[in-house]
Design a protein around this ligand. Structure first.
Ligand code: SF4
Ligand code: SF4
Length: 294
């Protein structure tokens, strides 16, 4: 597997609004996510623990699904396992000023042209100026990102790299041989408690589901899911309540550069011209790790 990521960031950005044809690959089948995120990165339990320990729990957000045979909360039938709402834990995507799918490198053979800076939902950890990941070399770098698009290749699914090629030209997926080892490819029962989590008590989600549908989740709502993911007993739908309570306290206390930057990006997107260079002030001056550039 080999990918050409320079100037791309297609798997880190929700670029449906600038795509010639928007892909809805996450919304096929009977189970529909309640949120409208694109390319949500499903974190493992180990990832979630690393984010919590690094004080970055305020970067995380859940994904739940509608399912007619599930459990009802706030008038919505939620996909559930043994009566407990199932969820993924992913990374938040605030609006950021980004210009993906091009390159300033005159020697680059890509025939794609850079998109002008535009406000697009973008991973909380993507530097909008360099289009590089701020946590690439850190302990919190998600397994799914480290192995992307390995899982797609292994399962014979279209990759984001190919969608970018189809929409904007250039060569992104240079070698489509799946990697031999994929630690994050968890399917079926082995995914429960490792990548697919359950919330222990559906009654505690009253109001939360309504806010999720309205895109109005609070910090406290998100913290509950972080705690539930970390406290789940792998391979079962059980939850260690003591671990849940400890993790909830820690998740609620998260007040990182990410959470603060997200609040500013959301406020700026309403009125300001999209300018990627403001990321130094919005993110780096708050403590975000810089990126090396290409
Ligand atoms: S879509 Fe593919 S080429 Fe583009 S940044 Fe992601 S992995 Fe790299
Ligand atoms: S963590 Fe990094 S690689 Fe993964 S989606 Fe976010 S910016 Fe992209």
């Amino acid at each position: 597997m080999e990918v050409n990521c320079e100037g791309c960031a297609g798997c880190c950005i929700d670029w449906r609004t600038i795509a010639p044809e928007a892909s809805e690959h996450e919304r096929r089948g009977s189970r529909k996510p309640l949120d409208n995120a694109y390319n949500l990165v499903p974190l493992t339990r180990g990832d979630a623990r690393a984010f919590l320990d690094a004080g970055l729990a305020d970067a995380l957000t859940p994904r739940l699904w509608e399912d007619e045979s599930g459990v009802e909360v706030d008038g919505v039938e939620l996909a559930a396992i043994e009566g407990k709402p199932a969820f993924f834990l992913g990374l938040r995507k605030p609006p950021k000023p980004v210009a993906p799918f091009g390159t300033d490198d005159a020697d680059d053979s890509s025939d794609s042209d850079a998109v002008v800076p535009t406000w697009l939902p973008t991973c909380a950890f993507l530097d909008p100026e360099t289009l590089q990941c701020r946590i690439h070399d850190e302990a919190v770098y998600p397994t799914e990102c480290a192995e992307y698009p390995g899982h797609n290749l292994k399962l014979g699914q279209q990759t984001e790299c190919e969608r970018v090629e189809a929409a904007f030209g250039g060569d992104r997926l240079l070698d489509d041989e799946p990697p031999r080892a994929l630690s994050g490819l968890l399917l079926g029962p082995q995914a429960i408690g490792e990548k697919v989590f359950v919330y222990p008590d559906p009654d505690e989600l009253e109001g939360v589901v309504g806010r999720l549908l309205a895109d109005e989740l609070t910090d406290d709502d998100r913290a509950r899911f972080v705690a539930a993911a970390i406290a789940g007993r792998p391979g079962t739908t059980g939850t260690d309540r003591e671990t849940y309570d400890d993790a909830l306290v820690k998740a609620r206390a998260a007040d990182s550069w990410v959470g603060r930057a997200i609040a500013e990006w959301e406020a700026m997107a309403a009125d300001d011209e999209p300018n990627p260079s403001v990321a130094k002030r919005v993110e780096e001056e708050r403590g975000a790790p810089p990126t090396p550039g290409w």
